[in-house]
Design a protein. Sequence first.
Length: 336
Amino acid sequence: MTKTYARILGTGSFLPERHLTNADLAKRVNTNNEWIVERTGIRERRLSENGTAAMAAEAAQQALADAEISAEELDLVIAATSTPDYAFPGVACQVQAAIGANRAFCFDLAAACSGFLYALSTAAAYIESGIARKILVIGADAMSKITNWEDRGTCILFGDGAGAAVLTAASTGLMAFDLGTSGLDGGSLTCPFGTEPEELPYIHMDGRRVFQFAVRTVPETIRRVLAEASWEKDEVRYYFLHQANARILASVARTLQIPEKKMPMNIAYCGNTSAASIPILLDEWNRAGRISPGDKLVLAGFGAGLTWGAAALEWKRKKTAGKGIVRGIEPEKQNR
Ligand code: UT7
């Protein structure tokens, strides 16, 4: 009997209109555009005015349209987020109401910046086991809600956004995953619920430790997922990596000896959108007609937990005509 895999049928994404440039930040904290661009690759980030679920619903509508299915066909909606609008109901439940996915059951999943990969793997398990056939997976975060605008070590990095993918059962698709967590290192990136001044619900980060963790762990998880899928690194057309810092991507490319042009980047105009970063990037490349049926793709990310993950994805949906959104900077110019 042939194995069933979860295949991506369509993608969508949403970035809020409101821009916050490096120059804007330099008016609030002791920083400057040159430092931020050189150390991170970020030029601006977007700020949401309507919250996480509203962004998620926009991305979801686009993904459904791209997949050419209706919301009623969905069996399950999973939203990966660390910044829900409410403790409950979850973002996935709010999206269900907004798009009319009346048949679906819905839940949120929190794995910080690795959230989209964890949600994809969860959706794949539901599809492979036959429990659900059509699943909407969303990565959405309004990081601005938990940003301390007086901390120059973190406020320069993060932005708001949402990305989504519709998955269905097929003969190829998400061929392998590698996921891992190191709870013992969790203290290097936290957002406490506490009420003490040092525990305000803001991001607290030891940037150097997270950087070192990322440049060590991301190449390892990519190597493992390639081995699991029995793929050679050069067969892979694109590596869609979590957009945390352009220097992290450059280091991963060097370590694995992968050309940087195989690692798309949009960090310059989004910043780090946490769980949304990989699906936003994937959607932009899909809509720009840059991914073809049969392309082998690797998605990989890391984040608070500390968590990491990678997926080997064979792209089999029909090619998008290339009339899609190109935000801010032309894709050719985004890759350094
Ligand atoms: O999704 C996962 C989330 N997190 C990450 O991926 C973060 C990973 N880490 C990073 O991206 C980097 O560590 C940062 C961008 C956060 C910081 O870059 P860095 O090259 O590691 O800088 P650093 O923390 O080692 O600081 C170097 C210097 C320090 O000054 P001194 O001590 O050398 O005089 C900092 O005080 O740069 C200073 N600095 C800044 N200067 C201007 C730190 N932040 C800023 C700033 N503007 N915003």
